[in-house]
Design a protein around this ligand. Sequence first.
Ligand code: ADP
Ligand code: MG
Ligand code: ZN
Length: 479
Amino acid sequence: MEYETVIGLEVHVQLSTKSKIFCSCSTQFGRDANTGTCPICQGMPGVLPVLNKEVVERGIMVGLAMECEIAHLSQFARKNYFYPDLPKGYQISQYDKPLCEHGQIMISIDGEEKRIGLTRIHIEEDAGKLIHGENLGDPDSSYVDLNRTGTPLLEIVSEPDIRSSEEAKLYLEKLKTILEYLDVSDCNMEEGSLRCDANISVRPKGAEKLGTRAEVKNMNSFRFLQKAIEYEVKRQIDVVEDGGQVVQETRLYNSDKDITVSMRSKEEAHDYRYFPDPDLTPVIVEKEWVAKTRAQLPELPDAKKLRFIKEYELPSYDAGVLTASRDVADYFEAVAKNCKNAKTASNWVMGDVLRIVKEQNVAVQNIKVAPAMLSSMINLIETDVISGKIAKTVFEEMADTGKEPETIVEEKGLKQITDTSAIDAEVAKVIADNPKQVEQYKGGKTKVIGFFVGQVMRATKGKASPDMVNKLLKEKLDQ
Ligand code: ADP
Ligand code: MG
Ligand code: ZN
């Protein structure tokens, strides 16, 4: 029997607003426990929440960027449950009237565009954090840090349109890219600003009805997401093949053992006793607010990708890589603006620039090779001042020292030798020194020309123009 995997993702994003969603405490990460709190986010009785308008503004931005309808009226609801990191005994969320619905995110898989539908995007508050004593040499205690309570979150819920762990990763990457373009969240997965629950089920290939899902909670890396899905799909298929039934439940991924384990049976919406929060009025978003926000959206990744293909005549693959980060896209454009061949610029950015970014673990705008320097270097290649091979050396030197390419070429004497007589002498010498290869060439084995080119390039320390060396060698050998 063949099976099909069905996945829907729920992604929680912390918004990087200055203050929390219902009080004026700062959202700053990494402060001493409980120093970033007030009676409101501590959940004291009798306090009243006041909605931070910036949270709604950012919710609208994300909704529009993900092609949702923005609700004229949305409503906060109380989701009731007990947990020590939730001092009020309920979370303020949105239930039947979310801010955004019916959106989509496009992913590129195997060269094709695929649409992943979004059911909804709603606003809610984050809970605090429990710190278990084991890690503090105090195994009998647990501590609570409420700094995170009241941090604004968006929950982005996809339709069950995802069909593999690869698609899930691509979806999450694209979602993150869009959020980064909008600059609404720092999207720092290690710090938990972006975390993801995966709902996973399997069904016989071709079946209409969805299988029973298990939900794997709170993954904060692309790799764990993929591994958890792969493990879970195998597990569920085994259960079904053994004649059993998948139970609807909440599971946790254990990255040390690379398995998922059952955490609790799945709660249903009615368990939470949702009801409209009487402390907060409905949120009314007028058409003008939506229009104004739409007008202020930056160019988004899909639009930028299409423009790069058109304007710079780049292959779709290049345009995809370059626009996966707004900073990289900006860097590329700054380089391409000043050189004739955008594809050459793309090659350098996708290759050596991104390599340096990774090696040095810095943002692209902070590497020592400023875009203008890369443009100048590419122009030195185009005008035959240096060869493509020497350019690699120049690039490394720029990345290490931040010197201008012209300075490096001058200081290190890297100018390409285009003086025919200088190359002629080397060509003559190499031919004289290697009679055996000359025989082979004359005997029809013209591939040995590569050997001669290599010898001349070595003798000139890579500075001879390869085109010229080739031409001169051919002339001499064919005589
Ligand atoms: P909750 O998890 O809070 O009960 P929903 O019922 O809205 O919320 O579903 C959450 C997610 O589960 C959505 O992303 C949805 O696409 C996905 N989902 C629903 N049914 C299935 C299924 N049978 N297999 C895989 N994913 C599913
Ligand atoms: Mg869920
Ligand atoms: Zn507070």
